[in-house]
Design a protein around this ligand. Structure first.
Ligand SMILES: [Fe+2]
Length: 350
């Protein structure tokens, strides 16, 4: 993919804005109450990917895809939801999800008059390497969001730039919790993937950034004590994490505990996302479904574009589940950061 196009596609509307001490103590009690009491929580990889090809289409930086399996690429990072599809899943945090304060942070970043809260989830990360070479969050298009489109396809669509006219812009408020000073920062590329990155260093607790993450490469850095970052030997895609008591988190396969971590070694983030609209006509188009994207159009446009570029491929009968086709698309629209902070280099799969 040409560099000028990638730079333009992946430059956010604004650089990240820091908001220290975002949630009130009462809100934090209720939010962390969900994490502690409503688990166990599944790994992000289990919820997101079904093959190594799919992972590499999103977060691969020119690594050899052929001999890798998904279990080589996963880390003990888990996810649960406070809210999904604009609906709060836990009543005790409903007021936080619908708060004016969070919504206005996103509206201000875009200078947009209208917005709706859309997403609110949390990541729980046990000590881990960072295999993430830098990624961007899923975009939303009219008629199509991450509930309908697998993440790998969403990534290819965003990189292709072919679907921008259907895009519904989204902004995020990401709040970090990691008390350790050992790594664990946030790397981001605010001037595009070809420009040098910046980073926010740990420790943090209740420190938020307002970001345009679908249009900005970023990543969580390796975290936890260095000697504890290797995956537990029995770690699997379907391993889960849960609070054992207020001071400890355990990773389990079913009922079997395979790792135990003190809370101080854990890194958490809360991810709030809102969709924004520049005028009421955009709001109507969104809710009236008069100009929606569908999967047939997506694959038609991608296939036409591949042909126009002279790329040879076999037209798939089941394009959603065809590893060769995933690889063709990932290669055709490859774009990834090239430089990493000296303090937070890229961990390689060994
Ligand atoms: Fe992200």
């Amino acid at each position: 993919m040409d560099i000028a196009r990638a730079q333009q596609a992946f430059t956010p509307v604004a650089a990240p804005r820091l908001v220290p001490d975002l949630y009130t103590p009462d809100e934090l009690d209720r939010l962390f109450g969900v994490l502690q009491e409503k688990g166990p929580w599944q790994s992000i990889a289990a919820q997101t990917f079904s093959s190594a090809e799919e992972f590499l289409a999103v977060a691969g930086a020119g690594r050899p895809a052929t001999e890798l399996s998904l279990s080589d690429l996963i880390t003990p990072t888990f996810r649960g939801y406070f809210a999904q599809q604009a609906v709060a899943l836990h009543e005790e945090i409903q007021d936080v999800f619908y708060s004016t304060r969070l919504l206005n942070l996103v509206k201000e970043m875009f200078g947009a008059p209208y917005a709706i809260p859309a997403q609110f989830f949390f990541n729980l990360r046990a000590p881990a390497h960072s295999l993430d070479a830098g990624h961007f969050d899923p975009q939303v298009w009219r008629g199509m969001d991450m509930m309908k489109v697998p993440v790998w396809l969403s990534a290819v669509m965003a990189k292709s730039g072919l679907f921008d006219r259907w895009e519904v812009p989204t902004g995020q408020v990401i709040t970090y919790f990691y008390r350790s000073e050992v790594d664990g920062g946030f790397t981001y590329w605010p001037e595009g993937p070809a420009a040098p990155p910046q980073r926010i260093a740990a420790p943090f607790w209740n420190d938020a950034v307002v970001v345009h993450n679908p249009r900005m490469f970023h990543r969580g850095e390796a975290s936890g004590p260095v000697q504890r970052r290797a995956n537990p030997p029995e770690f699997r895609l379907d391993s889960v994490i849960a609070a054992e008591d207020p001071q400890h988190w355990v990773i389990r396969n079913g009922d079997q505990v395979i790792a135990r971590h003190p809370v101080r070694d854990m890194r958490f983030l809360f991810h709030y996302g809102a969709r924004v609209f520049r005028d009421l006509a955009e709001v109507s188009r969104y809710y009236d479904h008069t100009d929606d994207l569908d999967l047939e159009t997506v694959f038609n446009l991608l296939i036409r574009d591949l042909r126009a570029r002279g790329i040879r491929f076999t037209e798939p009968s089941d394009p959603l589940h065809d590893d060769e086709f995933v690889k063709t698309l990932a290669t055709a629209y490859a774009v990834a950061p090239t430089a990493y902070p000296a303090e937070a280099p890229l961990d390689r799969v060994s």
